[in-house]
Design a protein around this ligand. Structure first.
Ligand code: HMG
Ligand code: MG
Length: 300
């Protein structure tokens, strides 16, 4: 099987939902450690309202402090043109816009309807193209909404097609509440690949119900080759009550190693980065693989 690309979202999706707000300096240290481990695409912050997500305040300082590293893309979430301009001013060369497949979630997360968000993103894409900034697109609630329940694959496909049509180079399918199962994942990918090439689809699985690894395996079999993950399984979503973190990067690497799939990332170095950030947050890792391997080190 050809190589898989990982998008490390711990410093954004992870930290945006932690009780403690970490300083930009600590966030930069985490990102540097993760890049040292071989991760090449890293979400480093979000240019959103600090009233809505205080944990991401100071993202401009994070970007200003991050060095240019050949082969490494530091990326940011932006909800509107204002966020894009702030990201560009901070030196960011790649952003992500985030729409939802559920109206209720769109209202709670970004205070507007799906259609309104897509119209705003159209403007973001035009301006980003002018500025030479690449744009990734997220679709949230792809296998269920915390407020309105079931979401049809066709609804996800429609939003994915809009984002891809306006110029997003990749569409990341977000199981925000981690409720998906392999069967639902298969149906989801089948619907989305009718409108977006499978090579431009990514999987973004939260692990709330413990299904993330099974869903990733299913998505791999369906041809997806890009996955988002979070060191130590950090994270969740502030507007998705009860959602836990993304699949842990360590667990994803262990799966890929077991399947013999190339990824270019050093598992031990990611575990060390997870230890570093866990100590800052005062919380143990949520990665089963990190826990198992760390326990073996203690016994040795
Ligand atoms: P609003 O209240 O409708 O907008 O928020 P507004 O235009 O009335 O502005 C409200 C305030 O925000 C104003 O400031 C604006 O200046 C400011 P105030 O007068 O109150 O001091 N503002 C901004 N500040 C900084 N950066 C900006 C910006 N824009 C306006 N870009 C808004 C609309 C979109 C701003 C708000 O709803 C928001 O920031 N939401 C962010 C929500 C968020 O970050 N959610 C988590 C990320 S999504 C996610 O995690 C899912 C994902 O992981 C995939 C998955 O798992 O499914 C991606
Ligand atoms: Mg997420």
């Amino acid at each position: 099987m050809e190589a898989v690309r990982l998008v490390e979202v711990g410093a954004r999706d992870g930290l945006q939902n932690e009780r403690l707000t970490l300083s930009p300096q600590i966030r930069v240290q985490l990102l540097q450690r993760l890049a040292d481990a071989g991760l090449q695409t890293l979400e480093a912050g979000a240019f959103v309202s600090p009233r809505w997500v205080p944990q991401m305040a100071g993202s401009d300082e994070v970007f200003k402090a991050l060095p240019v590293r050949p082969g490494v893309a530091w990326t940011a979430l932006v909800p509107n043109l204002r966020g894009l301009e702030a990201a560009i001013a901070a030196g960011c060369r790649e952003v992500a816009v985030f729409a939802a497949a559920s109206e209720a979630f769109s209202q709670r997360n970004i205070n507007c309807s799906i259609d309104q968000s897509l119209r705003q993103y159209q403007q973001v894409l035009v301006r980003a193209r002018e500025a030479g900034v690449s744009v990734r697109g997220y679709v949230s609630c792809v296998m269920g909404c915390p407020f309105s329940g079931p979401v049809k694959p066709q609804a996800v496909a429609a939003v994915s097609a809009s984002l891809f049509g306006m110029g997003c180079y990749e569409i990341s399918l977000g199981d925000t509440i981690g409720a998906g199962t392999p069967a639902a994942t298969r149906a989801l990918i089948q619907a989305c690949r009718q409108v977006v090439p499978v090579s431009a689809l990514a999987g973004h699985f939260h692990d709330t119900y413990g299904m993330a690894i099974a869903n990733i395996h299913t998505a791999l079999e369906a041809g997806v080759r890009v996955f988002d993950s979070s060191v130590g399984g950090l994270g969740g979503c502030p507007y998705s009550p009860g959602a836990t973190g993304n699949v842990a990067t360590e667990d994803l690497l262990y799966l890929l190693d077991g399947l013999g799939v190339r990824h270019g990332v050093d598992l031990d170095a990611v575990i060390e980065a997870g230890e570093f950030i866990g100590a800052q947050l005062g919380r143990p890792t949520a990665s089963r693989v990190a826990r198992a391997l760390l326990a073996q080190c203690t016994m040795a």
